[in-house]
Design a protein around this ligand. Structure first.
Ligand SMILES: [Zn+2]
Length: 249
């Protein structure tokens, strides 16, 4: 007997499979990650084509047995179409999906992170006036969910107002000018101001240049990657897109 199951799902990964099919990874609320196939959706008139697209959020109907799932229906809630049509929204959005994909196996925080991700996609798609700030907020909230406590002081001596702060790629934390190690890179005053306003919840009121946004985002991404001991392909793509990877921090 095939068992039919229904979940509210967000499509977080989609790859081509056989000639006309797609294989998707869905984040199912209350259940975690599910891999499922969508048959024939690469054909021009396929009815469920939308359900195989990244960011698709809706009620998915799954059928299958022995751990094999087939998507047989989907009531669409939102496809977040506006993200597909704006590359400055698309790149941070795919980063958020990869973070969810890699953290979702931890069932303790999977659903919470999935909610954060949906809120982020919603903000990017409909509300955001500054995609960098929206993205930094999402990254910071994801960091907090993983249990990491970002602190603006020197890990070694505790100084919270040194002349210069450095970010250590080995220790994954901030160090002062006296304590920094060889892996540490100096952060600009603006990056420290940005991170402080992020921590204080005052980031919406602030305004910085793109260089500050990208340097800060790079630090936040590094914290996530080191914390999870995972490499994020989409983070590299994000910086390649801005084509400035080597110019920042
Ligand atoms: Zn120090």
């Amino acid at each position: 007997m095939e068992k039919e199951r229904t979940f509210d799902c967000l499509c977080i990964k989609s790859i081509d499979y056989k000639d006309n099919d797609k294989l998707v990874t869905l984040y199912a609320f209350g259940e975690g990650k599910i891999t499922a196939s969508l048959k024939g959706v690469k054909k021009a008139k396929a009815k469920l084509k939308y359900a195989s697209a990244l960011f698709c959020f809706g009620k998915y109907y799954l059928a299958g047995k022995n751990g094999y799932n087939n998507v047989i229906g989907c009531d669409l809630t939102d496809s977040f179409y506006g993200i597909w049509t704006d590359i400055d929204k698309y790149y941070p959005a795919v980063c958020s999906l990869e973070i969810l994909d890699k953290i979702a196996d931890d069932r303790e925080i999977g659903d919470k992170l999935a909610v954060l991700t949906l809120q982020f996609l919603n903000e990017l798609c409909y509300k955001s006036t500054n995609n960098f700030i929206a993205f930094a907020k999402f990254l910071y909230n994801a960091i907090k969910l993983t249990g990491y406590n970002l602190q603006i002081n020197c890990l070694n001596c505790g100084d919270n107002n040194p002349d210069n702060f450095y970010y250590s790629y080995i220790k994954n934390r901030l160090l002062c000018g006296n304590c920094h190690d060889s892996s540490a890179v100096q952060l600009s005053k603006n990056v420290i101001l940005f991170l402080k306003s992020l921590l204080n919840g005052e980031i919406e009121k602030s305004e910085f240049d793109n260089k500050t946004y990208l340097s800060s985002i790079k630090v936040l991404m590094d914290i996530i990657g080191k914390n999870l001991a995972k490499r994020f392909k989409t983070f590299d793509e994000y910086f390649l897109f801005y084509n400035k990877m080597n110019n920042y921090i």
